[in-house]
Ligand binder design. Structure first.
Ligand SMILES: [Zn+2]
Length: 254
């Protein structure tokens, strides 16, 4: 296994959790500034990937058409392993996809990426307001978000206005991270061993910025700041995560 890889374009090491997150943040900053370079999307890159792939981050994001990870993080072919479902709902197939990347491809970072104005989250709020349940498999998506809503209630958070979904987006992203750790022994072990970190983040449709909500599982990190209690789900607290380098942005809500 290749332990330290240098990126051909930015020269940054990409196999540590912190290094991978720094690359994603740098790419998002380029995207936000209108200076995206669309790296590693040419014929040369295509050719190098025939022999194999070495992605360095897994992104579990919402399937919303406005949140394509390769674009908002300004990355190229072979960089990211992306799993997308409505409301980043995580079932067994999603967990298996993440586990394949973490164990089979030695990916050092898993990011759960929610976003503002998420329609799946709005559907869950609507279902609660009307005491209804959506038809078909959308029900499974809504039920997972409603569990996040219930946990938020148990933690004493306020739901805010009915038409304001962003408080629940943040909570649901954190809950999804906790769920991944609880249900995936493979991921939890990789995190305990320091091979993989897990980051919760939110994408804002208005400015294109990806903001960190919380993180877990990087013993190589030395960040001095511990997550605030309201930002940390029970399982994340149980994991007692050291922090990767860098400081999280604060949630817009308490
Ligand atoms: Zn969404």
């Amino acid at each position: 296994m290749e332990h330290v890889r240098k990126d051909a374009h930015d020269g940054q090491p990409s196999t540590t959790p912190s290094g991978a997150w720094q690359r994603l943040r740098a790419g998002n900053q380029r995207f936000v500034a209108g200076q995206a370079v669309h790296p590693r999307q040419d014929a040369g890159r295509l050719a190098t990937l025939v022999a194999g792939q070495h992605p360095w981050a897994v992104i579990l994001s919402c399937a919303d058409s406005r949140v394509p990870p390769e674009i908002v993080f300004d990355q190229g072919l072979g960089d990211l392993s992306v799993v997308r479902t409505a409301g980043h709902a995580a079932d067994g197939v999603v967990l298996g996809s993440i586990e394949f990347a973490v164990t089979g491809l030695a990916v050092p970072l898993v990011v759960v990426l929610g976003h503002a104005q998420c329609a799946a989250v709005a559907a869950a709020l609507q279902a609660r307001a009307t005491s209804t349940t959506p038809d078909g498999h959308l029900r499974e998506v809504v039920e997972q978000i409603r569990r996040s809503m219930m946990l938020a209630g148990l933690r004493g958070l306020h739901p805010g206005r009915q038409d304001d979904t962003d408080w629940l987006v943040d909570e649901h992203v954190r809950h999804t991270c906790a769920l991944l750790q609880e249900r995936s022994r493979v991921l939890a072990e990789a995190m305990r061993a320091g091979r993989t970190a897990l980051i919760a983040a939110r994408y804002d449709l208005t400015d294109g910025v990806v903001r960190t909500l919380t993180w877990a599982g990087d013993p190589a990190g030395s960040g001095p700041e511990q997550p605030r209690s309201p930002d940390t789900s029970p399982s994340l607290r149980t994991a007692a995560p050291p922090l990767p380098s860098g400081r999280p942005s604060r949630s817009r809500r308490p």
